[in-house]
Design a protein around this ligand. Structure first.
Ligand SMILES: Cc1cc2nc3c(=O)[nH]c(=O)nc-3n(C[C@H](O)[C@H](O)[C@H](O)COP(=O)(O)O)c2cc1C
Length: 214
């Protein structure tokens, strides 16, 4: 299991928020890896308070574009992922996770009791309604970051999209009664040859300014 700094650096400098995608589909095996990268995203306590929705239906994508400042990436990209957060973190969410740990690792429930209690007091009871949503959003953005980084390494272009109307997305995607709500989206595919943003120099503050040491 290895890569090297030069390859990763090249990928991260190569990527940019793609404004115009070419009409070219991501191969199935590559898309399968991108999907898996979403499912492999780490989260606080491992609670995974999200639903990641790959929108394949083109009519739905067209409707979503009208609720996205009409940004062309919504319909123009090969794939579109909508990131929805859990609207509320409940004891049932905690139990779902501990059950999965038991299923996967064979850990007896009594051995998970203290961990369960930590999650209940820290998140379920320890945070108010808005703080729970904010916390869930933080976890979602880890998934978004991981997806974009993995995509770059696979030479897949992305555009993260906050320029969307989350409430309208919830309506179009029928999320209202599901316990999840839209936060952000990401279009994925291949840059169009005439997307001049690809040629723009990357604007960042200097690494030494951003990453300091004590
Ligand atoms: C969470 C998030 C939301 C963004 N929303 C949009 C968007 O709606 N439309 C868009 O064209 N770019 C969007 N961007 C792209 C940023 O403007 C872009 O990442 C930033 O300017 C840095 O440029 P680079 O990604 O090309 O290096 C978003 C970026 C992030 C991280």
């Amino acid at each position: 299991m290895s890569s090297n700094p030069a390859t990763v650096s090249q990928a991260l400098h190569w990527r940019y928020a793609t404004k115009k995608f070419a009409p070219r589909a991501i191969p199935d095996a590559t898309w399968a890896m991108l999907r898996e990268s979403l499912a492999l995203t780490p989260s606080s306590y491992n609670l995974q308070p999200w639903k990641l929705i790959a929108v394949e239906n083109s009519a739905v994508r067209e409707r979503l574009q009208t609720h996205s400042w009409n940004q062309g990436q919504i319909t123009g990209a090969s794939h579109l992922v909508v990131f929805a957060r859990r609207t509320e973190i409940t004891e049932a969410d905690v139990d779902r996770l501990t059950q999965q740990i038991t299923n996967v690792r064979g850990t007896p429930p009594e051995k998970l009791a203290a961990y369960r209690q930590m999650m209940v007091s820290g998140i379920v009871k320890g945070k108010g309604a808005q703080a729970q949503k904010d916390w869930a959003s933080c976890q979602l953005y880890i998934a978004l970051g991981q997806l974009m980084a993995v995509a770059a390494v696979l030479a897949i272009d992305t555009c993260p999209l906050e320029g969307i109307d989350p409430a309208k997305y919830d309506e179009v995607l029928d999320l209202k009664a599901t316990g999840y709500e839209t936060v952000v989206a990401c279009a994925l595919g291949y840059r169009s040859a005439d997307d001049h943003y690809a040629l723009a120099k990357k604007v960042r503050f200097a690494t030494d300014e951003v990453v300091t040491k004590v």
